[in-house]
Design a protein. Structure first.
Length: 200
């Protein structure tokens, strides 16, 4: 992977993204503020490149303190913790827009593995730990494959176990394959597939 090319790609796209999406970000911020109590943004620690923690910024799509309830970090379709506007934001991935700030700060990339909550990186063993060499991304091949993850988890008896034993290992495999076959053209394809909601 050519890290310099990827960094230049991210800088160019994030400048365009901030300019293009600024009106959308402003409108969504107002709607979130007037439709439910709490802050506009959800800021939480995530595992970044080399296993270092950073604060990921998203639009708040759940009620305040929802992450402290029993469901934990795994979210299923119809989760009662999600606000009405949050359902819309999550459906169209608009809750991810503030992560443009994380890209500007050099903590994330447009394309890469989704940043995991602290603790998940501890499960990575051997060659799988190479995935930590990648900056987390707003989207990626694993994100596209599991775009219906919340719905998928509603169909299993134990969502947390299924996520840990099936989805998480598969995402690691997909992200390592992305890493080994990276190109600017691949990043562009993944971004356009994300925008037009096409599976990878």
């Amino acid at each position: 992977m050519n890290k310099i090319k990827k960094k230049i790609f991210d800088i160019c796209f994030v400048i365009f993204g901030v300019i293009f999406f600024s009106p959308v970000i402003i409108v969504l911020s107002i709607i979130i503020k007037i439709t439910s109590k709490g802050p506009i943004f959800y800021i939480a620690p995530r595992v970044g490149k080399s296993g270092k923690h950073f604060n990921m910024i998203k639009f708040r799509s759940m009620y305040v303190n929802a992450d402290k309830e029993l469901e934990g970090s795994v979210t299923v379709k119809g989760d009662r913790r999600i606000t009405p506007i949050g359902k819309f934001l999550r459906k169209y991935k608009l809750d991810e827009l503030p992560e443009l700030i994380n890209i500007l700060k050099g903590e994330m990339s447009f394309v890469g593995p989704r940043p995991d909550v602290p603790g998940y990186a501890d499960h990575l063993k051997g060659d799988d730990r190479r995935v930590l060499e990648l900056k987390p991304g707003i989207t990626g091949p694993a994100t596209l494959k599991y775009s219906n993850e919340e719905e998928l988890l509603t169909k299993v008896n134990n969502p947390i176990k299924y996520n840990n034993e099936v989805i998480f290992p598969d995402k690691v495999r997909i992200n390592l394959e992305y890493m080994d076959n990276w190109s600017l053209w691949l990043d562009i394809k993944i971004i356009f597939r994300t925008i037009f909601r096409k599976n990878y």
